[in-house]
Ligand binder design. Sequence first.
Ligand SMILES: [Zn+2]
Length: 94
Amino acid sequence: MGKLMRWLGRTFGDKTKRCPEEEHCLELVRLMLDDESTQEDNDYVLKHIDGCYQCYDNYDVERAIREVVQKKGKNVKLPVEVVTEIRQKIEVAK
Ligand SMILES: [Zn+2]
């Protein structure tokens, strides 16, 4: 999904309509980013976030969190405030 389509979805999409797959998808996203997923999981996630801006946002956040953790070193547990900060930064960047 292109950036424009994501922006359109975010701006004009029905915000009250939650993705029915969101929780399941987020779980698979985490597995994928942690290299614990199967090829099947990856296919599902990539296909799904391509058409679901809500889950794409989750994917963005999860990926950003992992980047920070990697920079800070492994086994770092991020405090909630840091996670919130990352989320806000992503929101602003949009
Ligand atoms: Zn979704």
